[in-house]
Design a protein around this ligand. Structure first.
Ligand code: SF4
Length: 282
């Protein structure tokens, strides 16, 4: 493992479930009518409270997520305002934005507002992408990641396994990710929601472990391989093993539309493994 300290990240869904796109794995799309909480703008006091809880739980990264295809003027203004307030009130956190497709100019505006990193996943291979989304292209996703690099923000980009893709697709996605030189690579394991038309994730636990290792091997310069959504469901009682397969970052607390386990359980797990929590990044 490159970095033995474990980077903890917490996700804050500041706008939820209002996206018009048709990504088949995503319960935030309005098309599938999944039974999730939907709201336009989360109240700032609640966001600040979640930020303080994340910091107290050991998180270093705090990711401001909006559910939409990409940034527009209103969303950009909202994210910037939130970023400024969180920076003021909870300065220990390193702010990440995850707001979909973004232009270079929009990313520079986020940077000025205090955002340090931008998360935009390729999700899957270019070849498989039309099977999981028809309303926007994989190329647009790739272009946003290039914009992130050009803006001088830290690029966080990964994908999701268990959508029905082949091993060839997984390799193709990892090869593409490697060309973007992401600092952190979040890998998600599809967590099925019955409102979605995709079949449940049929990866075995051993296949999932080997995908962590494959990600580490194929993106050797990434500082962090993060196991993000689906961790609890995919690995269950064996989630403490993900670090020996190459992960050095996890999401703590809740995910976007599914619950994670309580933060203290993850801290106990790391303590039992004698793994330190990262308190700074280079
Ligand atoms: S663009 Fe993002 S929020 Fe919208 S449906 Fe796709 S994954 Fe979900």
């Amino acid at each position: 493992m490159k970095n033995e300290k474990i980077f903890l990240c917490s996700i804050c869904n500041i706008n939820s479930g209002t996206c018009n796109e048709d990504c088949k794995f995503c319960s935030q799309s309005v098309r599938y009518k999944a039974d999730i909480e939907r709201y336009k703008h989360k109240d700032i006091d609640l966001i600040l409270q979640e930020a303080a809880t994340a910091r107290d739980g050991g998180a270093l990264g705090f990711c401001l997520v909006t559910a939409d295809k990409g940034l527009n003027d209103k969303t950009l203004e909202f994210v910037c305002n939130v970023a400024k307030k969180v920076t003021q009130e909870v300065p220990e956190l390193r702010l990440i934005a995850c707001n979909g497709t973004a232009t270079l100019e929009q990313l520079l505006t986020l940077k000025e507002a205090g955002i340090k990193a931008y998360n935009h996943n390729l999700e899957t291979s270019k070849e498989f992408y039309p099977h999981i989304c028809t309303t926007h292209s994989w190329d647009e996703r790739y272009a946003t990641c290039q914009n992130v690099n050009e803006a001088g923000l830290v690029l966080i980009s990964g994908g999701i396994f268990g959508l029905g893709e082949t091993q060839e697709d997984r390799v193709s996605m990892l090869e593409a990710l490697n060309t973007l030189k992401p600092t952190s690579v979040p890998i998600n394991f599809y967590h099925h929601n019955e409102a979605l038309e995709l079949e449940p994730n049929n990866l075995s636990i051993d296949e999932a472990f080997s995908l962590i290792t494959l990600t580490r091997e194929m993106i050797p310069d990434a500082q962090r391989i993060m196991v993000a959504g689906g961790r609890e469901l995919m690995f269950g009682k064996r989630q403490n093993e993900i670090f020996s397969y190459g992960a050095n970052s996890i999401v703590i607390g809740n995910y976007l539309t599914t619950s994670g386990r309580v933060m203290s359980k993850d801290l106990e797990m790391l303590k039992a493994l004698d793994l330190e929590v990262a308190t700074s990044v280079s």
